[in-house]
Design a protein around this ligand. Sequence first.
Ligand code: PPS
Length: 691
Amino acid sequence: MTDPVATPTPDEEDMLFRLLRQLDTAPGASQRATAAALGISLGLLNGQLRAAADAGHISISDRAGPDKRQRFAYTLTARGAAEKMRLTDQFLDRKLAEYNALHAELTGTASGLSPIKHRTHPMQNNLAPIPELYVSYESAQKLKIEAGELVSWDLTPRQICDLELLMNGGFNPLKGFLTEADYDGVIENMRLESGALWPMPINLDVSEDFAASLEAGQDIALRDQEGVILATMTVTDNWVPNKVREAEKVFGADDDAHPAVNYLHNHAGKVYLGGPVTGIQQPVHYDFRARRDTPNELRAYFRKMGWRKVVAFQTRNPLHRAHQELTFRAAKEAQANLLIHPVVGMTKPGDVDHFTRVRCYEAVLDKYPQSTTSMSLLNLAMRMAGPREAVWHGLIRANHGCTHFIVGRDHAGPGKNSAGEDFYGPYDAQDLFRTHEEEIGITMVDFKHMVWVQERAQYEPMDEIQDKDDVTILNISGTELRRRLAEGLEIPEWFSFPEVVKELRKTKPPRSKQGFTVFFTGFSGSGKSTIANALMVKLMEMGGRPVTLLDGDIVRKNLSSELGFSKEHRDLNIRRIGYVASEITKNGGIAICAPIAPYATTRRAVREDIEAFGAFVEVHVATSIEECERRDRKGLYKLAREGKIKEFTGISDPYDVPANPELSVETENVDVDNCAHQVILKLESMGLISG
Ligand code: PPS
């Protein structure tokens, strides 16, 4: 005979309801805080938790708390969530009955209110709230103080973006940075250990020294760049990844021309940490606050507006007429409302900055029917991983409550590889998305390339044009648009909106009015400083923009006076020069740098920093080491040969000859004036100075 199952008493049900509600709102709170919120003892709470776990209402995972003592996290299971919903209805019905009785007692009449059948139909999946990793406000205040004692990691800009989407549910089902097992699955077959689809490794990459200082299971605080604690993380996994494998599997090739592969090898830390995250607060954004929404805020908005179908448009570029046509068509095809969902976290190096883009989006938004379209900004750090990225974007948009997602031609494409070919086929992203569409939980609205058909004065998908030979097909590529902006040329009305073009022209004045950097590199004594000085004077004579010379020797006397010539110190020295030059470039000035800068990777990093704001002109002063040694103007080569100066470039230290400098100048048998003139001609040909 089986034991009769005891029916719970109303008090027991009430207790269970309050417990589930509390664990749902503050799953990461300490037992003490949970017991206090429920007004019961710790002993009683423990009994309740055990019973709820036995009944399958909650799952318990353990982790070391900030105080390093064992601590548990509680998550409502699907059964627990359903039970909470049932008990909520029951609770509301009871309260209503109590109210009706009171109303009758006080007024002698019925209140007229009748029980509403709450959620008789479960809330539409994409509109119901999704789990976040934040603790309640009260717990966050406490945890913040406790976390102040923890070892902390200062997050990089990319990690801040990742953390924000982890915490607010944008990366649901991730509960933290990937563990090693999850990472392996994601790399190999786009699956977490649980089997769930997830195409992108989301890791906390750190330095070897920091990783070595941690114990297994240790809690760390994650801080933003101002030192604000955003979250704590329990480090369960700590490993050195095989980055070549990651590059090949995730990005399709171990080629530094891919921005994410370059990031992986040249910026990301050598060690990865994995483990669950407890969210304390959102990263602070001072810009466009009203335009930023968490997944749950967007879901609530769609609920409120009654938007049952929403098609999302992902973009990292300003919107032009082709985009508008494409989004109109997508909304019509899906019979859905439209969400313009641009990425404002990190996009492809060299993209139009997000401040300008958002101003452009706002101008275009006026051209959409107001009640059908909305815009929200997504603080995502893109990887430009084409097909995998499209699947990832789909999952993120599904988490944000969207039902449809536009995937166009070359979605999140990184451009050309180092052999000058595309990394991915133009429709690879659509193909991979289609394979996983059901699991992603969002319907793809695929689009072919949109082009302007002059005779019909409208945009049409290229593959739908039947009379290609009889009509004039026009298109302006991103590269062509950049060229027209850089050279101050006309941008036709059929291509973009006057408001957008005006915004773009404001931030992207013609090249001859932008800031830029001339970066000389070469051996000591090659003639860098002499040519740089001559160039400076010539540019000052022309006038128009302030010119600053950051000469190797001068920098080492001022900015880098404490540094020596180890690889680490040289890199630091060059990064400092790069930083100053990028600030000058950003503010419309001309920076001339003349360090040895022997390492190609460091020069590339500086190039990237500067190209975000203006042109970077690398000039290799290609004087041979033999000639430099023969000149030996400072007597240093002699000392280096005698071993009195160690790590001397070209004698006892390496120099990576630039592979693709904008200009290479020979100084043997050519005078300084001529060398400087060659640079001037180069600047003219690049449109940086007017002839
Ligand atoms: S680096 O590698 O770019 O950081 O070097 P840089 O700051 O340009 O070096 C500036 C000058 O330092 C003198 N010097 C040396 N150069 C190379 N190797 C060693 N070990 C070294 N020790 C001192 C050298 O004269 C550099 O001057 P110029 O001629 O300006 O390149």
